[in-house]
Design a binder for this molecule. Sequence first.
Ligand code: DX5
Ligand code: ZN
Length: 217
Amino acid sequence: DRSVKIAPSILSADFANFGEEIRCVEAEGADWIHVDVMDGHFVPNITFGPATCAAIRPHIKTVMDVHLMIAPVDPYIEAFAEAGADVITAHVEAGAHIHRSLQAIRATGAKAGVALNPGTPAGAVEHLLDIVDLVCVMTVNPGFGGQSFIPLEKKVSQLRAMIGDRPIHIEIDGGVTPLTAPGLIRAGADVLVAGSAVFKGGSVANPAPYGENIRAI
Ligand code: DX5
Ligand code: ZN
């Protein structure tokens, strides 16, 4: 489906070669580049922060989609906006004042996303829909790439109905493969993040499989 955007997650790319990895997947049709920021506190893994985002920004020609798996969020919003994020997504579970965080994201000029962990019901974002541009449905417990898909298509359709005619993306993050993608698209998803499914079988030295992997989703 051409209207569905594919957002490769560089969590599964070569961390010493982000620039080249990004060039390869964009050349093969990636629509957005998904950037996973983890703090070892909100999630049990650590990746990188705003300085790395700023360093990779010039290598991204499409959209820099920054997924913040950090708590607290508010002290860092400005830094990720300055690093050049087009979309900044914060977790609804990351603090008591997600509404304020989303307003702060929008105030920077970036698009605001809200993410839900697998155990969080769709209703948790109902009262945020007038201040967000994207809802990210996690279909794995956040922290690592390559985990198996948690079937939450029902939650996706509930959200699509709740969103109505608002111009809000539904992004899926975790375990997206050629097998899981069709049901998610039917349920109303329009942005699919894929880490291991895009980067598997390839490398900076041999990026040939990336294109096939993207087109298979
Ligand atoms: C998980 C991250 C995802 C991750 C997805 O915490 O938010 O973006 O890279 O990886 P795959 O597609 O391999 O499940
Ligand atoms: Zn992510």
